[in-house]
Ligand binder design. Structure first.
Ligand SMILES: [Zn+2]
Length: 280
């Protein structure tokens, strides 16, 4: 059985046995969305997803992380959550707070920090085995709610998520028929971004990997801020938006109804300007 089929079976079984996942998927069926377009060329969809407060509102400071039990470590995961082993070091799990159809969380077994550099190979292998999916990575300061435990995510592919560079935000694109070459090109991009942000343990970025035809593709979104200024405002001016890979691609998540209703095209442009790092 191929991995995509195994995952479909996992979703069916888990939705029967695990109420939290069943509720999460049901909420996804009734999700409200607003759509914004720029000259018909590129789009942003705003999704009202209150369950994502767990991630958007996550305290990711070193102190807060050290105090909480890690929800990706095996001993702390929900008893009903089952998974599929991948490459002997990962486990593929259904995400009970989905943004996408078949939203997966794929943690390493070991509790090691979120760092992408040596893991792009795994990302590309996963993208190869899941041709209907996008596989994505949120840097430790770029949307990951568990910056201390390495994990990837994946979900069913749609055109919105594979939008390349546009005027709203930067996106560096790698494509190759060879996995090794894609990985080498990623290393070049990594070095370049590291040179721009030498003080960061890892250059700030989100990455989306997928395959199209016989090509491996990586979309890299360089970042200059974890959250936009709107996040830290008080009262009316506040917008609780904490962008990760999907937001950078064009699917922005709003966890509060008031933000979902009031956010304007101008706000979206402003959010991207604040968190995306312009590169030549
Ligand atoms: Zn952990």
């Amino acid at each position: 059985m191929d991995l995509q089929t195994e995952i479909s079976h996992l979703f069916s079984a888990q939705q029967k046995d695990w109420e939290q996942l069943r509720d999460g998927v049901r909420q996804l069926d009734n999700m409200r969305e607003r759509e914004f377009t720029w000259g018909g060329d590129y789009h942003v969809k705003l999704q009202f997803n209150p369950a994502r407060m767990v991630s958007t509102g996550a305290a990711t400071s070193k102190e807060a992380i050290e105090k909480r039990p890690c929800f990706l470590c095996e001993g702390n995961r929900p008893a009903r959550q089952k998974g599929i082993p991948f490459r002997e070091k990962y486990i593929i799990l259904c995400n009970p707070y989905p943004i996408l159809r078949n939203h997966l969380t794929i943690p390493l077994h070991s509790h090691v920090p979120q760092r992408i550099r040596k893991k792009t190979g795994d990302m590309l292998i996963l993208a190869e085995q899941l041709p209907d999916y996008v596989v994505f990575y949120n840097g430790p300061k770029c949307g990951a709610s568990a910056p201390d435990h390495f994990h990837l995510q994946a979900g069913l592919k749609c055109p919105l998520l594979t939008q390349a560079d546009n005027e709203l935000r930067s996106c560096l694109q790698i494509e190759s028929e060879s996995k090794d070459e894609a990985q080498e090109l990623f290393e070049d991009v990594y070095q370049y971004l590291h040179h721009l942000q030498p003080a960061e343990t890892e250059p700030m970025m989100n990455v989306i990997a997928f395959t199209e035809g016989n090509k491996y593709k990586l979309h890299i979104f360089p970042r200059k801020a974890h959250r936009p200024g709107h996040y830290y405002e008080k009262g009316e001016k506040q917008l609780l938006i904490s962008p990760g890979a999907l937001d950078m691609a064009g699917l922005m998540i709003s966890v509060r109804e008031e933000d979902f209703e009031k956010i304007s095209k101008q706000d979206i442009e402003d959010i991207y300007t604040q968190v995306s790092m312009a590169v030549i």
